[in-house]
Design a protein around this ligand. Sequence first.
Ligand code: 5IU
Length: 274
Amino acid sequence: SSSRQPYGARAKNHPSPLVRKLFEVAEAKKTNVTVSADVTTTKELLDLADRLGPHIAVIKTHIDILSDFSEETTKGLKQLAEKHNFLIFEDRKFIDIGNTVQKQYHGGALRISEWAHIINCSILPGEGIVQALAQTAAAKDFPYGPERGLLILAEMTSKGSLATGAYTTRSVDYARRYKEFVMGFVCNRSLTDEQSTETSKGEDEDFVVFTTGVNLSSAGDKLGQQYQTPQSAVARGADFIIAGRGIYAAPDPVEAAKQYQQQGWAAYLARVGS
Ligand code: 5IU
């Protein structure tokens, strides 16, 4: 299965330029860490991105929580992504009818398509949301080329999450149907390895698994967040581990990022058997 293959091999064989780049970044920097940079000013965000840049593969943003969002925010992010060789994932969780999400993704106040390599959506609205976002990215006049991709939010880490069962199964179905744009899932385990899927695995598929709720020193928060360690997330199939407060709220975020990097990478090496 793909989760037992090294990132480098997956990079070579993957049809998506964005996924190739993602795996190349991970391999080159020896990191599978995504930092969830949930800070609320541009200065904090750019400062964090610059300091943590060497240790992360991806920065995950919630651009709408910034109190001072402007052109400078995304210009700065793009520059730092170049400088440190990481990708940008806007955790916007699109969840509306196709016509609306197309406008939220491409254009609008936040111009997400312009700066976010990776976006995500819920499939609560049905297949049409995936179709609509894929259509926007495939349009002849979409100016950002093939280095854009979508993660389907297939599961959540919060207590009592309703993203389970048929919802999760359908997430996999839709990913297979829109493979050109859907690069993988946000979920808590591999959904496409042999034992974990009800439908048969496609011959040539290789979906990327991003797992949130990773924290080394806490079991959860007071609002229902539930954590696991980098080791357990990667063992269950995470290709990229997402940590927020575990890193940015640590006394020394750079030291924390290095620690998640080291543990995430060791767990990856153990999984691929090298
Ligand atoms: N996030 C989750 N759980 C999920 C999904 C997204 O925690 O199931 I989908 C987001 C929320 C936050 C980050 O931006 O990931 C986790 O932050 P902490 O590591 O600080 O809990």
